[in-house]
Design a protein around this ligand. Structure first.
Ligand code: PMV
Length: 313
């Protein structure tokens, strides 16, 4: 391998259709990959570099973890993202997943998606202090991923246990649906929001019941999606948003965008960890939803789902 040889891989971002936060405790969830990707290019270098500057793994713990797992040092990494960071759209999992694939390609190692998903999951777990494998799985396997949904009928792609919880990840069929994402422009870190829910759940039986309820309605949502029942799926999304708000992970900006979208949508909810970040709306009138989101201070974009996972380019 010459010093100049470059290796590129990309992974899609994702949104969580149903089940964020409760999935951290092993409850069901569904995430769909979207047509906005994170791309990593790697090449040999005398010292570790990131986008032309010396790499500081204190600031970039995911990168530090993936480099260590792949016994990689003396690497220059160039990133190119179509995903806003800390926006609930899986940018850190897509970074870990695409970096892992690019490094494996550089070293001539096998590209095994289960290994990549496991590395990306553990990178999230270390960085956040607690995590589910939802983002890592969806950004790596692409299309639609259901976690702990025994009736979803899709092929199981991998499974993992950690910290007393177990997750089984399966492919899920994604019918033709139109989603609009509304980005609040507020960057929200996942770790503190996950910790907030943990504390609430640990000290309050009511919060624990809400986490269980999110798990239950997620299974109903998976069933509605399998039957192409968008009205029911939309209702469940909106219920999920209300439950997440009770858990304390929504905010005024998200609530405003959800409310404004509901006039033209089957349903709408925050997606990802909340506290800012993004919301999604399931709709047949994407232009009207985009206008409503813009009018209420958000940045809208229509996303395509059913896209492939990590890809060596
Ligand atoms: O905001 P994101 O993209 O990091 O999504 C976080 C989803 C959570 O369920 C809140 C945490 C997790 O690890 O599953």
């Amino acid at each position: 391998m010459s010093q100049d040889e470059i290796f590129t891989a990309s992974s899609p971002g994702k949104f969580i259709l149903l089940g964020e936060h409760s999935v951290v405790y092993g409850k069901p969830a569904v995430a769909l990959a979207i047509n906005r990707r994170f791309r990593c290019t790697v090449q040999k270098s005398p010292v570790d570099m990131l986008n032309g500057l010396p790499l500081d793994t204190g600031i970039h713990p995911h990168i530090g973890y993936i480099l260590k797992k792949n016994n990689a040092s003396g690497v220059s990494i160039q990133t190119d993202s179509e995903l806003p960071s800390s926006s609930g759209l899986g940018s850190s999992a897509a970074l870990s997943s695409s970096l892992s694939a690019a490094l494996k390609n550089m070293k001539g190692s096998e590209i095994d998606r289960r290994v990549i998903a496991d590395e990306a999951f553990n990178a999230e777990y270390e960085a956040q202090g607690r995590a589910s494998p939802m983002d890592a799985s969806c950004c790596t396997f692409g299309k639609g991923i259901a976690i702990n949904c025994p009736d979803s009928k899709g092929k199981e792609v991998w499974a993992v246990s950690k910290g007393g919880n177990s997750w089984r990840m399966s492919e899920v069929a994604v019918p033709d649906m139109t989603f609009v994402v509304g980005y609040t422009g507020i960057k929200a870190r996942t770790g503190p929001l996950v910790e907030k829910v943990r504390k609430y759940k640990e000290h309050n039986r009511f919060a624990s019941d809400i986490v269980d309820e999110i798990g239950k309605i997620t299974l109903d949502g998976v069933d509605a999606m399998a039957h192409g029942n968008l009205e029911e799926l939309g209702d469940i999304m909106t219920q999920d948003h209300k439950l997440l708000s009770i858990l304390g992970v929504s905010c005024n900006e998200l609530n405003k965008l959800v409310k404004a979208s509901l006039d033209y949508s089957y349903g709408a909810k925050l997606t990802g960890s909340g506290g800012g970040g993004s919301m999604i709306a399931l709709t047949d009138e994407p232009k009207k939803v985009c206008e409503a989101i813009l009018l209420h201070g958000g940045l809208p974009f229509i996303v395509k789902t059913g896209v492939p996972g990590v890809t060596v380019e």
